[in-house]
Unconditional design. Structure first.
Lengths: 351, 351, 351
């Protein structure tokens, strides 16, 4: 798929994006072109990051993946914040959490479970992820929500900044723990496997592609953000629905595909790492970073989601933790996660 | 107990029920006669279903049990819905969840724990049940509650219907998983045990008894429902208390007895299956079915409990999951569950 | 530290406390003198209780520890309740729960984790503690909070008294379970270790010191409570911040030190027992006892925390349970708990 589809989308999408914005094509059309082009660019960025990781060794590689894995999400959000769409950004972060946990995770468990009766992944990873989700989503997001009800806007922002800094510090502490101090401590025999991977692109080529794709994504994201309003009107979608469902799916399309492929190949550790690792990156790195970046824009973003967004994320984490804590998956667990995602999609559509 | 008490109750209760409604005896008296008769009929229905299960083999049997296990609860609720008592039905569903989890589960753990220091049940069942409770009660009930605060009544009903359909589909998917695709996968040596059971009644007799009891329960339930108001006045009970505590205990009396007997015989797998399995049936089958059925009545029932009902159910699930997840029980865990049930009973009485 | 610092603090603190209250020294100064003296007295009380435990054998010893372990907290709270500071008492109980779980627990895990890559404690204890925390904090505190919104003040107090009685009964039932019916059932080889401990003080001396320290703590606590208001004004601290952070740290300083020393010595079972055991004692014994005692004072204390207090405690329990349930700790888990404590401290400071 990668070698055929994405180059074509890119060759068509880039000029169309430029042409469309110059000649003021209909915004609903442009919205679709932008989305398709970003998905293709995201695939290139993901591939470049992966190549760089292989070349740089596992420690730097892990750090690169953990930092640039959600670069597209981050770039779109920065432009949306700059344009003042604070509530759409919060909605799209919610959507990224829900999408990665329930849609990507659920599809991976379901597709993998159709082929294999029972799939396993490392139980120590499962527990570590459960703890991080409980901290990064439940504690760090519920706490400011409740306290902000009793605080002034300025105080709520101060609290948000403290939490943002603590989240980022703990995110890198978690990387330090996994990649340095406790590297390989809880695992056995997984290292060899990874050394076999060979880089497809050279370091130089990877960096070039990463840089160019990033610039292109940034350019298109800025245009994309400005189509939100008229697209909402055209399709009858609310801001929240665009953020939670549409932007989240576009921003994470590439990861969705690879997680499912990995599950199909019975490499459940990798599939779970993509689904839950990506969620953690959104919650503990992208979101707090956006809170800090937003301080430089006219309308800063406190770490205060709407109640439906927050409750949905908490429910998604509680369900995922209960399902994934035993390191054992099957098709029914996948079906349940997709059922929960569908319920939540309907809810946000009606909102 | 079965062979002596229930036939007598039935022989007295059925004619008294008819006579009382014809001659307009005091409603508080009729309420007690109806309750006793329904408990006796429920015992017959339970026995007939069990017999049919043995005759039909484990797959069909499991399906029968999972579908007719809470038939009484369902029938009473349908008549209550028809009479417009939406809030009593929601309260009695809450009561069934609380009663099965905390009262039946707690009594089984306590009584079993007095005889055996430590009782165990299958840990895979424990985890599977924990996941289903998290989905069927926490996710599926909390989500519409929160979203309904931001939706119109019509939209809340639409969301409820979607959730109801997804719940029923997942309930049957769980049966498919347990009885077909992953049958016996996680267990060992339990099959033989079951093959020894012999049916007490023939297939024909079981169906006859099931049919006749169902008709009788339906007839009495309709009368029972109409005594609620005056009974509430007589005893000073609120609607919610009648629903949560009284109707729930009447509707599940037979199951309560068998779970405790099983725990006393150290067959903890069966006791847990009755307590938690019955809860799941209420949450994932009876409740959503009632939502769908209520669409044909003048006042439809959205999947929106009151806040106290919802919070109590969520607390009951969180406590039960924390207690039961290790597949190991003792008297103290039972005492804690009964303590929680007592607290909740006092709360609903005061409400 | 014990042999040098605490006697000196005591020799200076006791006369200064008396002199200061006679000559009306500035209240902020007296506040600090009182706090230091109470910390030193608490250390003596802790030591006396420990000695009595060793002398009296494990059962009576466990009971003594479980009853007098938070005597200082209890005494300060009684005087605060008598003076009508109901909200400060609730805040300080919240602070004790948060401080013991997240600050003491987090520091123990972090300090221990710097020395040892991986520390373990008994998994059965971990599960038992998780269940008790879920019951004693989440169920027993959330339930009256929600129901009190729908009840009159008198009904909320009735519900609180019921819950208080059930909590205390279950607290002693848990002791019965641990010390009598299931003593040593889940452990192996830990008993011998304990028999080696020798008492430092005689039984008589321990009782004397315990009695004298208790009287001194009571005397100083009464004075301390009356400095709260002016101290709040001087430092710009709210009542809640004084209760949650300051009083809680003062009341538990001695335990904090010993938990961290135990973790450093790799005796993680003891460290966890101090952190979580102390939390449970606050939640299931001190708090309900204060509810009952408050009935004799002009302003009784219902079991109804403020929403921020309650949510913070629930989050702390959910995080701790997720971290501690596997009986395996490391520096990162400690860092995460301290991160959560810091976030919560900032929140209460801003409130």
């Amino acid at each position: 798929m990668f070698n055929r589809l994405f180059p074509m989308v890119l060759i068509a999408g880039l000029p169309l994006s430029v042409a469309g914005s110059l000649f003021h094509w209909p915004e609903a059309l442009m919205f679709m072109i932008y989305c398709a082009t970003i998905i293709a660019l995201a695939a290139y960025m993901g591939r470049a990051t992966e190549n760089l990781s292989i070349v740089s060794g596992p420690r730097i590689g892990g750090l690169l993946n953990a930092t640039f894995g959600n670069a597209v999400e981050l770039i779109i959000s920065i432009f949306a914040l700059k344009a003042g769409f604070v509530s759409i950004v919060l909605a799209s972060l919610t959507g990224a959490v829900l999408g990665n946990l329930l849609l990507v995770g659920g599809l991976a468990f379901l597709v993998g479970g159709f082929r294999f009766k029972r799939q396993r992944f490392d139980i120590h990873d499962a527990r570590f992820n459960a703890v991080l989700l409980m901290f990064g989503v439940v504690v760090a997001f519920v706490f400011p929500e409740i306290f902000s009800m009793y605080l002034t806007d300025q105080e709520a922002l101060t609290l948000s900044v403290w939490i943002a800094v603590i989240l980022i510090l703990l995110y890198f502490a978690a990387l330090l723990f996994r990649l340095v101090t406790h590297r390989g401590m809880y695992q056995s025999g997984k290292e060899e496997e990874k050394h076999e991977e060979t880089a497809e692109w050279s370091k130089r080529k990877s960096i070039m592609i990463l840089a160019l794709s990033t610039i292109a994504v940034a350019y298109i994201s800025e245009s994309l953000v400005h189509t939100f309003e008229s697209v909402g009107e055209t399709f009858g979608w609310s801001d929240v629905f665009i953020g939670v469902i549409i932007v989240a799916i576009v921003g994470n399309a590439a990861e969705h595909a690879s997680a499912i492929i990995m599950a199909y190949k019975n490499r459940m550790d990798v599939a779970v790492e993509i689904a839950i690792g990506s969620t953690l990156q959104i919650a503990m790195f992208v979101t707090p970073l956006l809170v800090l970046i937003s301080l430089f824009f006219p309308s800063p973003m406190p770490l205060v989601f709407t109640v439906p967004e927050l409750v949905t994320m908490v429910l998604a984490v509680l369900l995922t933790n209960t399902i994934a804590i035993d390191g054992d998956t099957n098709w029914f667990e996948g079906a349940m996660m997709l059922g929960a995602y569908l319920i939540m999609g309907v809810g946000f559509y009606l909102l």
